[in-house]
Design a protein around this ligand. Sequence first.
Ligand SMILES: [Zn+2]
Length: 835
Amino acid sequence: MNAAEVCNTNCNKVKVSNSGDSNSISEADVDVVQSPNDKRKYKVVVLDNGLRVLLISDLNSDPESSSECEKPCQDEQKNEDISESETDETADDVSDMEQDAIPSDGGKQECVEDGEKLAAAALCVGVGSFSDPPDIPGLAHFLEHMVFMGSEKYPDENAFDSFVRKHGGNNNACTDCERTTFCFDIERKHLKDALDIFAQFFISPLLKENSVDREINAVDSEFDMSKTSNSVIKQQLFGSLGKKGIPMGKFMWGNIESLKETPSTKGIDLYENLQIFHRHYYSAHFMTLCVQAKVMNFTLAAPLDLMQSWVTEIFSDIPNNKTTQPSFYHVSDSFNTPDFTKLYQVVPVKNTNQLSLTWHMPCLRHLYRCKPLHYVGWLCGHEGSGSILSYLKKKSWALTVVAGNAESGWEHNSTGALFEVNITLTDEGLRNYEEVIKVVFEYLTLLREVGASVQIYNQIKLVEDNDFRWKEKVDPWDYAEHLAEAMQLYEPVDYLRGSTVLYDWTDECKFSIESVIHKLLPSNCNIMVLSPSFEAQADREEYWYKTKYLVKEVPQSLRDPTAFRPRRQLHLPPPNDFIASDFSLKDPNTLYTKEPKLILNTSRSKLWYKQDRKFKVPKVCVYFHILSPVVSTSAKSQALLDLFLDILSHNLVEVAYNAYVAQLEYEFKATNEGIIIKLRGFSHKLHKLMEIIMDRIDEFDVSDQDFHTLNEQLKKNYYNSFIKPEKLARDVRLMLLENKSWTKVHKRAFLANLRKVDLMNFVSEFKRMSHIEGYVHGNYTVEEALNMESCVRNRLRNDALPQAMLPVERVTQLPVDDSVVRVKSFHEGTRTRLS
Ligand SMILES: [Zn+2]
């Protein structure tokens, strides 16, 4: 099928009330657009109290699949390796304005038997930290903590938590600028009971006064953890540069000082204010609820009708105080201040050099159908030829460029939208940061001159359409949470796709994109440069996080908009030939078995294969584990392996970026036995990506400059990892348990004296002395799977290794007695972690 013919929509008629007023329910037909690949049923209802509800029935109609894994192509765990997260502030451990976003015990069960699949629910209150009273910063976050402390009907403050945990689930909440979201998941047969306990938190919560001190401490502890996040300290400083009293200038986390000490010296009753805030803002008509479940039809009612009757029975008593929902649309030009357009040199909490260019503009939510910020961010963050990053990398000035607006509550709210260009600088890039800024300004000049391009827009739209058309299921918790929040932002028709959809190109699109581009001028840009090297000169300190910084006037050479003629290396990206256009499913083959089948077994490689018959999507998932005895001999060889993968990733960025844009993903992971190469995405063009990766491995090389830069970066990454007590504790635990594992402290020691020749020798030994184990799963024929294997083997040119030389994973059996290992933390002021 031609890509242009892909049907993108699957309309689902639902009834929705237009009014939250309990006395005048009017209903209208609304088409909630869903992906044709999405077999779930949706229903939107509005209860008499104004609560907007999205119900999702997740009945799986494919009986053959009943014991298969929910997500064949999803990673089974997050790669904890440092290479992917430590250098990128967007992947910071503490997400921007969210708190408590990660359940304390980590991941939830994903690969479960059919009968145990989890149901999930999320309730989003359309009020957040922007509504904190000026003299009690952090009150919304604090209330979020207090809500789950028992209700009149279920007074035991642990009732909910213990109920969901007992039944395989979890619960959590997060506070954002204008939203507060509460979520849980649970085995589906206990959903109704859990919903009842959950709803009571919003009907008659106890907000127990004797829990106040303990929860203030919990908030303070989270504040303490947030101190290790560069993005958090940067946001707080950024907020202080706007007009006095703006919502984005607030201290939203809260701590003991803001919630207890200062209010008590001012004679403010925290508890009374907590109750007032709750009564005023926790009203049903500000709330959205999303419930996803696989409700079996034990009655005559359809599952969605049954769920509707539950929700109506359980949630109708949430009070509606009929007040007007707080909105901050009237707050305009928050950052139209002289302070904003200065140059800030900031001391980060992590050892990283970063440049942040930020523009502030009015809220653009009403333009979500053509997403002008997404268009401009897509181009500025592009990594292919002609891009900002491509140029900066050739100069060895930058490692990453992340651009655009992440649509978080901080970056896009009713007071405005941010457009950010965040660049991770090398040491050389730091020395030349003014030149780096010029490159960005020149690229923006280029965009202004070219104007909005329909070809670029349609390329982005095609990628988004393909993604939506073949959307895979995500974890029910994540889905419910995302949708409860989306319901606060989009029309019902776009609940499911509002965050990603691009409507057809129109003149209005062109106008809105161009008007954004014309706002991104040097003269209204905020510039922050983060580097530990500013420590000695930093003469100012931000109040809450004690972030040290200094302020300078921006040099005139960076202010003149006519000065930035685009250099010839900068240009718009060429057409992307990785974008899939063949979505046909392979004919079922006779080799099909329920379990993966070993289809190749030689002295150089093994290949397992399984054709997909459950999901029926034109995607494939490929894993190759390249095992070698040379990687586990010492901490040095493991450091070399990390460096090899970092350089390989660096070498691939530009050439593989188009694949990434076309949703063909790749990932490398160092293990104690070798490396894992994972690829996943549309089957049509995935082999092209594998060929590129393997060519780069085959012809592996690195310039002296890149070797030096990436070696230095790896040292920083190791350091940034082991200063975190939880990561250090994990490393030490693994070192004690696994006989061939070393901490990053040990690995870092070898990087200081490393020479390029050491790395090149290591890589050629690794390739020669290796054994390949592969698994191909999805929409591939046997021949295509075998082609993947030969692509790997032909480029690796590995010897046949005797079985005895293959690395084996061993774990130490610990003595029966309790043993405690105490390790001194590298970072003063962080709290103890257990592992
Ligand atoms: Zn919290």
